[in-house]
Design a protein around this ligand. Structure first.
Ligand code: GLC
Length: 444
């Protein structure tokens, strides 16, 4: 049977995803340029660099606090008890924003352009209520991790600038999300819950990591979305230092491949979040799908027009492919998506499997290298005044934690860019920091 996956298309794409040391250094320099621009308020910078109105914790914060984590796919509320550096969970509730049944029929979806803000916020408030077991008497302080770009002028006030990660609920951008949540809590008669802090997930992770490690300088979310937060370095007079959400997923001084341009064009908001669209879990699968679809199209006839939608490989599929050790296992991962779409024409031989695995490697490796370039830039920028100090960068997110080869590739690229100084940078994986950090913030 004729092969219908053109491996030459895949090889060309693989070549386009390679970023050598020189190009990586240019990315690093461009990122430093934007960091400097962001500090001086230059609007040419593609980094929003949003002040968080909170600094690092002391590690001695204690008490009970509610943490609400709302960041993309899941909403989770937890009631924490913090004592002597140890956190106990007293209550918890979580639900995805979108649920489908086994046949892929949508049961509910609070992410779409048809969703009303009240519906979304009532859903969230319901989960908060569940975490406290419906208790509307006892007072609770709530820390909220809101993982979207938001402009703040104080800790308990945050105006959503723009949705990210393909959430499209109208009527929320430009609004104070704390007010929207407050109103929803009131509708549920949860007046006993006070929103004390709203922070980005990078800031929450930074706070959670710093609670037990005083060398933490930055935290990176590397999962569905991508972003980094760090402690502000150049503080003006009469003003305390604070944490800064860089919104680095919006970094745009990058060279796009044809595939990046197509994925961007198909996204909800073309032209925005360009780094995020090259590195984060939400888009890695789309990059992969895009190349696979054009390789299948190589055979032209009888190719369904909606091929990309129907293939829809995810970052999870890529992780499975990369961790599958034998060719039959790799075949299974690929066949699950390809067979139904290609129908009678489906065939997948060793050469195609090897090419597709190489593609997943190339896309994930580029992702890791780009993320490393931004981190190296942050480290260099922050030590501009002198020597690079020993420090920890905390990581949270499924791509960093689960995609084979990604964490080692970040490490290697960081060492490539920092040389001997790379040894001073510890990379630390932190799971669930974003909820925990919000609880600490509420107590702070
Ligand atoms: C998106 C959001 C950002 C968040 C990141 C990780 O990039 O804009 O605020 O930190 O996703 O969740």
């Amino acid at each position: 049977m004729a092969a219908v996956i053109d491996t030459r298309v895949i090889q060309t794409a693989i070549g386009s995803f390679v970023i050598g040391t020189d190009r990586l250094r240019r990315v690093e320099s461009a990122f430093i340029y934007d960091l400097e621009g962001g500090v001086s308020g230059d609007d040419q910078s593609s980094l929003k660099m949003l002040p968080a109105f909170i600094d690092l914790p002391t590690g001695r914060e204690e008490g009970d606090a509610l943490a609400l984590d709302f960041g993309g796919t899941n909403v989770r509320a937890r009631l924490y008890h913090l004592e002597k550096g140890i956190a106990t969970i007293l209550g918890e509730a979580a639900r995805p924003l979108r649920e489908t049944d086994r046949e892929n029929n949508v049961c509910y979806d609070y992410t779409t352009a048809e969703t009303k803000p009240e519906e979304l916020f009532d859903f969230i408030a319901g989960i908060v209520g569940e975490a406290v077991g419906g208790n509307n008497r006892k007072s609770y302080s709530l820390g909220w991790t809101f993982s979207f770009p938001a402009r703040q002028d104080r800790l308990d006030h945050a105006e959503l600038i723009v949705w990210a990660k393909e959430i499209a609920v109208p009527g929320v951008e430009g609004q104070d999300v704390v007010r929207l949540l407050r109103e929803a809590l009131d509708r549920r008669d949860l007046k006993n819950i006070t929103v004390k802090a709203v922070i980005n997930d990078t800031i929450a992770t930074l706070i959670a990591a710093a609670y037990s490690d005083d060398k933490v300088t930055a935290a990176t979310i590397y999962g569905t979305g991508h972003n980094t937060g760090c402690r502000e370095m150049y503080v003006g007079e009469n003003r305390p230092a604070q944490l800064i959400n860089l919104e680095s997923g919006g970094f745009s001084k990058l060279m796009q491949t044809a595939c990046d341009a197509e994925v961007d064009a198909r996204s909800d908001r073309p032209g925005t979040q360009l780094l995020e669209k090259m590195v984060s879990g939400r888009y890695l699968g789309e990059l992969f799908t895009n190349v696979v679809a054009s390789a299948v199209r190589g055979d032209r006839d009888e190719v369904p027009a909606d091929l990309e939608d129907r293939l829809s490989f995810t970052a999870r599929d890529m992780s499975q492919l990369l961790s599958a050790e034998t060719v039959p296992q790799q075949f299974n991962v690929l066949a699950e998506k390809l067979a139904p779409v290609m129908g009678d024409r489906f065939s997948l031989g060793r050469a195609e499997i090897a090419a597709l695995k190489g593609l997943a490697e190339a896309i994930s490796r580029r992702s890791a290298r780009l993320v490393a370039a931004t981190l190296s830039a942050i480290v260099k920028h922050n030590s501009k005044a002198g020597e690079i100090q020993p420090q920890t960068i905390a990581f949270d997110g499924s791509v960093y934690a689960n995609m084979p080869g990604v964490a080692p590739a970040v490490r290697a690229a960081l060492d490539e860019l920092l040389g001997e100084d790379g040894k001073k940078i510890e990379l630390r994986s932190l799971m669930e920091g974003s909820g925990f950090g919000a609880a600490i913030a509420a107590i702070m």
